[in-house]
Design a protein. Structure first.
Length: 176
């Protein structure tokens, strides 16, 4: 995984450095997963929801910290269907592009600019580009309130069971 290699290289070259993970879109989601794994501060822009992936991969959430203190900030706006988690289903732009974007929940804090209400924008895939995000952030004088959405649920029917009979197989796989 490229994000892990970058982190390992930077942290080995600069062992005393305070490393922050930053990324946009998929890079933001990967940065967030690496940040969760190593307890690093992370800032993402327009990242798709990654909380479900973190749970399915059993990534460690920062020990001893509630989710709202996980040092992860997800910046996005209400006109971006990828960030808001609405680019899903067989009639969505993401579906036609070959992507199954079925998640919307973020770990840490979500900092959302409400440009649909404030500026009259409509939700569209074209608003996901990084240039749009930069222009939006420059337009606002204040940062949005960063909030945890504890009731957010992706795939509510999914149960996170620990199958103890599979544990030896899992441990052998990890050891390889």
């Amino acid at each position: 995984m490229i994000a892990l290699n970058i982190f390992y290289n930077v942290s080995s070259i600069y062992p005393e450095a305070n490393v922050w993970m930053v990324g946009h879109s998929l890079g933001g989601a990967l940065s967030s997963l690496v940040g969760l794994t190593f307890g690093l501060p992370t800032v993402t822009f327009e990242a798709p929801g990654e909380k479900l992936a973190a749970k399915r991969l059993h990534l460690p959430f920062t020990p001893g910290l509630p989710n709202d203190e996980a040092y992860i900030w997800h910046f996005g706006h209400t006109a971006d269907p990828i960030f808001m988690g609405t680019c899903n289903g067989p009639k969505s732009t993401c579906w036609y592009g070959g992507y199954a974007m079925e998640t919307r929940c973020h770990s840490g804090l979500s900092c959302i600019y409400d440009i649909v209400a404030d500026k009259g924008w409509r939700m569209a895939i074209g608003t996901h580009r990084i240039k749009q995000v930069i222009d939006i952030i420059k337009d606002y004088e204040d940062l949005p309130k960063c909030t945890v959405y504890p009731d957010c649920a992706d795939c509510p029917e999914w149960n996170f069971y620990v199958y103890f009979f599979l544990l030896p197989i899992l441990l052998m796989t990890i050891a390889l």
